[in-house]
Design a binder for this molecule. Structure first.
Ligand SMILES: *Cc1c(COP(=O)(O)O)cnc(C)c1O
Length: 401
């Protein structure tokens, strides 16, 4: 407490964030997660900004499965996996995830952030090359930083640039090359061109890795992910993902792939070796979620119907969106203050969504982001669309006729 200058410097930086409009306040919710949430002040809001794609976060069946696992396995383990923190429920979930994803084996983590943070360093060294999409998630970027492999970056989803980087890594004489991409990009709702990526990987003898945090559970015919969507199941070397979005929404992550890879991670991956076991109730609930979405595509189908409806109607009203099919729908407003005002007005109109502007998205690409869920009813979506129309007219984004 003797270095007052340290605290003053922090305060100055925080003040700068506020004046630049980059400070992130936290919205406090007084209810469970869902298509509607109750704000602290008691107002009910339609929630359009959760990663709750299948609507399972606040779902009673998910809760019941968690309660059953809580009853059977207790609250926690006070141990890492390899000392005394592995229960049958963890092994069952790892088997089930492997089966679901079409891989040989899976390793659980406390978060996908840890899965990505702990995947590169045990598998690659200075003789190898990691070729990474420029818009990959922060946890991939951090994971790559922790590893000594040479780094190559390609422009987002740009296959010509990816090939250029593959050639550069090959010419540099790199031993192993791995292409790494988010399966779906959360800011734009764009989907990685996995078919082309796999073809390039085959051409240059590279490995492939996808982060399926915004895909597992709902992309592809049976919700297996981006690899199913592009019909390249079995051709991806490493899959990471989260249990904290579509698959129930509590927390937890995983890495899945060939057994040699997963066994190596169990021996060497630092976030696995030096961090606590996933809570058994989360493992139990995740198992029930995987069972439920393996038996029926109902939730996935409803999500995609909601997405198609919203995408069509928001364009019909006159808004510009990034084209696509993913339940992340960026509604483009282009101007940062407009995006901020828009999100604030939508909040007053009872709709929860978030605005994004530079530097989170490129300059001139300010937007509000809508995320659809299977839990949204048509009525709720119509209410949201009406609010969009009203706010759009008030702020002069839509013509007033
Ligand atoms: C959300 C997200 C993560 C982190 O997931 P957690 O399980 O919450 O740590 C990692 N990668 C991507 C692409 C994500 O969107």
């Amino acid at each position: 407490m003797s270095d007052q200058a340290f605290y003053s410097a922090l305060q100055t930086k925080l003040d700068t964030l506020r004046t630049e409009g980059l400070f992130k306040p936290e919205r406090v919710i007084a209810s469970r997660q869902g298509a509607e949430v109750v704000a602290e002040d008691g107002r009910t809001l339609i929630n359009m900004c959760a990663n709750n794609y299948l609507g399972l976060s606040g779902d009673p069946e998910t809760q019941k499965a968690a309660e059953a696992a809580l009853q059977k396995y207790g609250y926690g383990l006070s141990s890492v996996r390899f000392i005394c923190g592995t229960q049958t429920v963890h092994k069952e979930l790892e088997r089930k995830l492997s089966e679901f994803l079409g891989t040989e084996d899976t390793i659980l983590y406390a978060a996908a952030f840890d899965a990505n943070g702990g995947v590169f360093e045990p598998l690659f060294d200075e003789n190898d090359a990691i070729i990474s999409d420029a818009l990959n998630h922060a946890s991939i970027i951090d994971g790559i930083r922790l590893c000594k492999a040479a780094r190559y970056r390609y422009a987002n989803n740009d296959m010509a640039d990816l090939e250029k980087q593959l050639i550069a890594a090959t010419e540099a004489g790199k031993r192993h090359k791995i292409i790494v991409t988010d399966g779906a990009f959360s800011m734009d709702g764009t989907i990685a061109k996995l078919d082309e990526i796999v073809a390039l990987a085959e051409k240059y003898g590279a490995l492939t890795m996808i982060d399926e945090s915004h895909a597992t559970g709902f992309m592809g015919k049976r919700g297996r992910g981006t690899h199913e969507h592009f019909n390249v199941m079995g051709k991806i070397d490493i899959i990471t993902g989260t249990l904290g979005k579509a698959l129930g929404g509590a927390m937890g992550g995983f890495t899945s792939g060939r057994k040699e890879v997963i066994e190596t991670l169990r021996q060497k991956s630092r976030p696995y070796l030096f961090s606590n076991s996933l809570a058994p109730m989360i493992a139990g609930a995740s198992l029930a979620v995987l069972d439920r979405i393996s038996k029926s595509t109902e939730l996935r189908d409803r999500l995609h119907e909601n997405t198609a409806y919203f995408r069509r109607e928001i364009e019909r009203i006159g808004f510009t969106i990034k084209p696509g099919t993913h339940p992340v729908v960026p509604v483009m407003l282009f101007d940062a203050p407009v995006a901020q005002k828009f999100a604030a007005r939508m909040f007053e109109l009872g709709v929860l969504l978030s605005g994004f502007f530079y530097p989170v998205v490129p300059m001139g690409q300010a937007r509000v982001r809508v995320q659809l869920s299977a839990a949204h009813t048509r009525e709720q979506l119509d209410t949201v669309l009406k609010a969009f129309e009203q706010a759009g007219r008030e702020l002069g984004i839509l013509n007033n006729n």
